[in-house]
Design a protein around this ligand. Structure first.
Ligand code: SF4
Length: 505
């Protein structure tokens, strides 16, 4: 892999520089001069002296230099101006434009939604009313034009991605108008156990067979946190509950019954619009478990194939076949679940565009109510990266083309894009998109991405988030290790008390 070394004299610029360089030069390793003395194939340097910035690139056949001034005095504006000028420099040097312009964050739709709302405010228009109006509405068209102008001027964002972003932002504003914002909250319950560990896993997950005899204690600790939630979040409206992991359906029927029974008995359900359970792995789903789930007001369930190729499933260690997934999906449908989500991953080791097409074609036959498309991020120092290096495997997936195939499949199913986030720190243009039948969107997914509501997160490895009225966001996490979590449950609760009530214990 080729390497570019970055020499920069203002450390606060590092993230933006790193993110843009990796996007302009996908497949190239970007290292900072400070942490690397080894050979490299090119140098990118930025020398900032007050308002004056000197910038140069010497890599492959590109030799480019430039100077510019930062005219903005406010820190945030100066950061934006720097980001824009850096983008223009790299764009000129490489002759490329990036699909997301100079946006490096993971939440592009949050930014587009904010611009949309600001433009509505300028014109004294109600953003929700406008978001609910048809695409042909004159006022909507005029606001959309202003958003397009600003998105380009401020972020160099235009074309297909901006169209998609504004389409999603419009849908989200409409959906969010029916949810509580900072006066509401959601609950996440993490069950960090799985039948086996997938090769690419980046979540808190432990093989269930190792922890069988600790599940009772784990559920006790979860109940303690739920009890805290019920008594301390009384002044907020509970909008959504999400049981994720791991794979919650690795619990046996009795354990599932105990968990769901406690959740429904202790949390206030009068405002709950969505109650999701992940039944991610086909090898964890049985009729008996579905019968238990059916007893409770769960109205969204996720059954995830990730791919419809047996060869890949074996390679990534999911321990189930395509046939098992299809059977599990049909069983869930026959049990009467009317909102089934399926997750797939593009870029799995060894897969080609044809595999993506096959996965989508097979899923279209099953008619899921929503489809979430993830791009596989191969992080440096990850187990997957090591495994790929050992086996001399490379990802050659054309992600843009794969995303297009998925979008076409979603269209065939009548699903619309409703949330999107980009992957942090990765080369290329990796993004994850959720498509759904209108009215069956994953509300929790939107709330997480748009950061308009607090999340009380329960269980090992989960992260709680307090979204204040002024937009300030604070977080606290639970330890990942199961034994430590069991030992320190009270400390996790004290962290929540400090986060949500401001009272330190
Ligand atoms: S099912 Fe999900 S959480 Fe479990 S090991 Fe696989 S990727 Fe990780």
């Amino acid at each position: 892999m080729k390497r570019i070394k970055v020499k920069i004299n203002k450390s606060e610029r590092e993230y933006d520089v790193y993110a843009l360089l990796t996007s302009f030069f996908p497949g190239t390793e970007v290292v900072t001069a400070a942490d690397d003395n080894s050979e490299c194939d090119g140098i990118f340097s930025i020398d900032e002296d007050g308002a004056n910035v000197r910038i140069s690139l010497d890599f492959e056949d590109i030799k480019e230099e430039s100077q510019f001034e930062i005219s903005s005095k406010e820190k945030d504006d100066a950061k934006k101006e720097f980001g824009l000028k850096l983008y223009d420099f790299l764009s000129k040097a490489t002759g490329k434009e990036l699909p997301w312009g100079n946006l490096t964050g993971i939440r592009p739709t949050k930014l587009i939604r904010t611009i949309f709302e600001e433009e509505c405010k300028k014109e004294d228009l109600d953003p929700t009313a406008l978001a609910q109006s048809p695409d042909e509405d004159e006022k909507y068209i005029s606001i959309k034009e202003s958003v397009f102008k600003r998105a380009y001027n401020e972020r160099r964002l235009r074309g297909e991605k901006l169209e998609l972003g504004i389409d999603i932002a419009k849908r989200e504003i409409d959906i969010m108008s029916r949810l509580h914002e900072t006066d509401g909250y959601s609950v996440y319950v993490g069950i960090p156990f799985c039948p086996s560990t997938c090769l690419y896993c980046s979540f808190t997950s432990n093989p269930i067979f190792k922890y069988k005899n600790k599940i009772g204690d784990y559920l006790k600790a979860v109940k303690k946190e739920l009890e805290w939630t019920a008594s301390n979040m009384k002044d907020s409206a509970l909008d959504t509950i999400y049981i994720g992991g791991g794979t919650p359906t690795t619990l046996n029927p009795e354990e599932l019954d105990e968990l769901l029974g406690y959740i429904t008995s202790i949390l206030p359900f009068e405002n709950v619009r969505e109650f999701t359970i992940e039944a991610g792995r086909a090898d964890s789903i049985t009729k008996e478990k579905l019968d238990v789930i059916k007893k409770y007001p769960i109205n969204r369930i996720s059954v995830n194939p990730q791919t419809m190729s047996d060869e890949t499933l074996k390679l990534i260690g999911r321990n189930h076949t395509v046939e098992q997934f299809v059977e599990a999906f049909k069983m869930v449908r026959e049990e009467g679940f009317e909102n089934i989500n399926t997750d797939i991953i593009i870029g799995l080791p060894g897969e080609t565009i044809e595999d993506v097409r096959h996965t989508i074609d097979e899923l279209v036959k099953l008619k899921p109510d929503s489809l979430t498309v993830h791009s596989l991020a191969i992080k440096r120092a990850s187990r997957l990266k090591r495994w790929m290096d050992e086996n001399e495997l490379k990802i050659t997936m054309d992600y843009e083309e794969a995303m297009r195939i998925c979008a076409e499949g979603a269209k065939k199913l009548g699903l619309k894009p409703y949330y999107l986030y980009r992957q942090k720190q990765m080369a290329g243009n990796l993004e994850n998109t959720g498509y759904s039948t209108p009215g069956k969107e994953g509300l929790y997914n939107i709330l997480i991405m748009e950061e308009i509501q607090s999340i009380v997160a329960i269980g090992a490895g989960s992260v709680s988030k307090h979204v204040h009225n002024n937009g300030l966001i604070e977080r606290c996490d639970n330890v990942k290790d199961i034994d430590l979590y069991l030992e320190k449950t009270d400390e996790m609760i004290n962290r929540k008390t400090a986060l949500f009530t401001g009272i330190e214990k």
